[in-house]
Design a protein around this ligand. Structure first.
Ligand SMILES: Cc1cc2nc3c(=O)[nH]c(=O)nc-3n(C[C@H](O)[C@H](O)[C@H](O)COP(=O)(O)OP(=O)(O)OC[C@H]3O[C@@H](n4cnc5c(N)ncnc54)[C@H](O)[C@@H]3O)c2cc1C
Length: 467
């Protein structure tokens, strides 16, 4: 599990005036559908326009070169759309670099859960807790937490989990599409991944959650194992591990390498990835968009905003009100010798270990609700080490490198924001929280389908950005 649950509670692509949109027939749009309004310049819904025509855009600017933005750009290219990606720094400059690289749809669950409320009260008063909210007066954070707690009911969890389950079942196939389409960096099947617990009693809560998830439609091939079997699978575990879960059929990846390979693939397919292009705003011109960047305007038929935890500023003018809260997580890497050779989650400590395939093992953890621009807090790194040390016998903690902090883009209901805005030319793909690696390529594919065809796949209904 890639880090703790929250526990609380372009110049440019061709100008649109010169483009000659292709036309496709479309099915009747669902409620909320703004995909079809592009041709007429309408803002908002288009219900009742049966068999109306919608043009596939010829060009798109995607803002943000993380896993989500680049996967969206790649999927749009597959549907014949010319793409330019505008990135204020470089590919994988955000959360998509130092994350744990768990490609584990079996574990991608909603962030709000009934048990979170109990845990959160403790986290508020314990600075070394894996879930930490630095005390400060922040009305925006208060609103987020209030909304989050409203989603922490068993009934709401079931609804959210059912939505996730429909997405999770397609997550690995979306990666297979990328591989078949030439993305060079591999995803690595791991059988099994390991979840380690102090005792079987500590494991019980996780087993209960997995069974609830199965009931909601998840595919979770797992077995419970004892401490000896866990040590057989992962010999560096100490005797403090008394129980485990062996999780089958999942994968891992090296996040930084994967996102750079995805950027390379977008370029090789004729797209542009413009680095050091800080986007200040987007204008709907009626026939296309102008994306204002520090390198000048980029023009295209449509824009997709995928700026991770920085999502709100660019899409608020287009009616997107759902707050995206920064859930900061920390990571560093240690030499592979003495560290887990398979992805291992120290569940009680909420620490994840992932071999990167380059002689290092990434160690990741923490959920800190604080602004994304703050630097690495060394105390958080020390807290991860203190928590993990008793369970891992031979890790050379002093040889750690790549200390990093990044922000999970969290929504209060745990669901990403994927779809249209109040402008028929501006789309969103973001807010994947703890699961942008697992679900980014899939939501990129679904959104590209919706933009290209004018018909939103059913899976996107619950992810509507204007919810
Ligand atoms: C410690 C940790 C461990 C994690 N482990 C996992 C895991 O194992 N599995 C998993 O599925 N998920 C994991 N996650 C979550 C995952 O990392 C995120 O969900 C995912 O990376 C979000 O991707 P993104 O593309 O939306 O955002 P980002 O990767 O943050 O990308 C956003 C990009 O937008 C750019 N940008 C922002 N504003 C502008 C602007 N105005 N103009 C131009 N560019 C802009 C940024 O520079 C950045 O490059 C983890 C997260 C953390 C912190």
């Amino acid at each position: 599990m890639p880090g703790p649950r929250l526990g609380l509670c372009r110049a440019t692509t061709p100008a649109p005036a010169q483009s000659a949109p292709r036309t496709v027939r479309r099915a009747p749009p669902p409620a909320h559908d703004a995909y079809a309004a592009r041709d007429t310049g309408e803002s908002g819904g288009s219900q009742g326009k049966e068999n109306a025509t919608v043009s596939t855009p010829r060009s798109a600017v995607v803002v943000g070169a993380g896993i989500v933005g680049l996967a969206t750009a790649w999927a749009l290219q597959s549907r014949g759309v010319e793409v330019t990606v505008a990135e204020r720094r470089r590919p994988a400059a955000g959360a998509s670099w130092g994350n744990a690289g768990w490609l584990t749809p079996a574990l991608a669950m909603p962030l709000p859960e009934p048990a979170a409320l109990r845990y959160g009260v403790r986290s508020l008063v314990t600075p070394t807790s894996p879930v930490y909210i630095p005390p400060r007066a922040d009305p925006r954070l208060a609103r987020f937490l209030l909304s989050f707690t409203r989603h922490c009911t068993p009934r709401r969890w079931r609804v959210l989990a059912t939505t996730f389950a429909a997405l999770n079942r397609q997550a690995l196939a979306a990666y297979d599409d990328l591989a078949a389409g030439g993305v060079q960096e591999p995803t690595v099947p791991v059988d099994p991944m390991l979840l380690a617990f102090g005792t079987a009693a500590e494991r019980a809560g996780m087993v209960e959650e997995l069974e609830h998830a199965r009931a909601a439609g998840y595919e979770i091939p797992y077995e419970t194992i004892d401490g000896d079997r866990a040590r057989f699978l992962e010999p560096v575990l100490s005797d403090a591990v008394g129980a485990g879960i062996a999780l089958h059929g999942q994968r891992r990846l090296n996040p930084g390498n994967f996102v750079r390979a995805l950027a390379d693939a977008v370029r090789e397919r004729g797209g542009k990835v413009v680095e050091q292009a800080d986007v200040s705003g987007i204008r709907d011109l009626g026939t296309g968009v102008a994306v204002g960047t520090s390198q000048g305007d980029l023009r295209a038929d449509v824009a997709v905003v995928s700026t991770g935890t920085w999502l709100n500023r660019l899409v608020r003018p287009f009616g997107v009100r759902v707050p995206v809260q920064s859930g900061r997580g920390y990571s560093f890497s240690v030499p592979a010798a003495g560290a887990p050779a398979r992805p291992t989650y120290l569940a009680g400590q909420k620490v994840v270990c992932t071999p990167l395939g380059d002689g290092r093992v990434r160690v990741a953890g923490m959920m800190e609700l604080a602004p994304p621009e703050r630097p690495v807090d060394p105390r958080r790194i020390q807290a991860i080490i203190a928590a993990a040390r008793p369970l891992l016998r031979d890790v050379d903690w002093d040889a750690r490198t790549d200390e990093w902090v990044g922000s999970r883009p969290c929504t209060a209901d745990g669901l990403p924001l994927v779809g249209p805005t109040a402008s028929p030319r501006v789309y969103v793909n973001g807010g994947h929280g703890m699961w942008g690696v697992a679900l980014g390529p899939l939501t990129g594919r679904l959104l590209a389908d919706a933009i290209a065809t004018g018909t939103a796949p059913a899976e996107l209904a619950a992810l509507h950005p204007l919810r």
